[in-house]
Design a binder for this molecule. Structure first.
Ligand SMILES: N[C@@H](CCC(=O)N[C@@H](CS)C(=O)NCC(=O)O)C(=O)O
Length: 201
């Protein structure tokens, strides 16, 4: 059985839980990270030298990096629905997974840290410029969603599963965002899925 190590409050752990729940796969999860104070333990570092969550254990196989875990699970379970086999279709999925890491994640992390501070200690000008950067990125996503229900193809794919929990948080930051009609409708569509709700509750 698959064993997922990582606290449920992590967006990157939530992606993997969403995947398991969406597929109805059997898995167990153990709490690691932040408040559990166990990711610097030797035993954990031997599995994941980054001391970050999530880590997936599948028998003798250990996988870290949440997007890599998602791809591993698709390959391991012959899942060509959430991760299409056709190279062109697959590239449509993967570009959003890479975009998350390369483009969205840096301002997302910065906003996450800034907004964790007590309100009086936040740097207003940093928040404003991060807000502008985030707005521009979410406009790109909004453009890609024009006239379509899902980001890559006709159904939910790893594009949604990798981006979903993070975009939900981006929409919740106390920053000024444009209307983002398509992004918000897309968010409502995937947020209504029981598997997503289980992952993020
Ligand atoms: N790129 C990595 C990022 C991993 C990461 O930064 N995880 C965060 C939680 S989202 C973490 O481990 N934070 C420290 C902790 O929980 O102890 C991935 O996608 O797996």
């Amino acid at each position: 059985m698959f064993k997922l190590l990582g606290r449920k409050t992590s967006g990157n752990v939530q992606k993997v839980i969403w995947y398991f729940e969406e597929r109805g796969l059997e898995y167990t999860r153990e709490d690691y990270g932040r408040q559990f104070g166990n990711t610097a333990d030797r035993a954990y570092l031997d599995l994941n030298p980054n001391g970050k969550v999530p880590t997936l254990v599948d028998g003798d196989v250990v996988v870290w990096e949440s997007n890599t875990i998602l791809r591993y699970l698709c390959n391991r379970t012959d899942d060509a629905t959430l991760y299409p086999a056709d190279p062109a279709a697959r590239s449509q999925v993967e570009r959003w997974m890479d975009w998350l890491l390369a483009s969205l994640n840096p301002p997302y992390m910065a906003l996450f840290r800034e907004t964790k501070k007590p309100e009086g200690e936040r740097d207003a000008s940093a928040l404003a410029s991060l807000g502008t950067e985030m707005a521009a990125l979410l406009e790109i996503l909004d453009g890609a969603l024009q006239g379509r229900q899902w980001l890559a193809g006709d159904a939910v794919t790893l594009a949604e599963i990798s981006l979903g929990p993070i975009v939900q948080r981006c929409l919740g930051f106390p920053i000024e965002l444009p209307q983002l009609v398509a992004v918000r409708a897309w968010h409502q569509r995937f947020a209504a899925r029981p598997a997503f709700r289980t992952a993020t509750s």
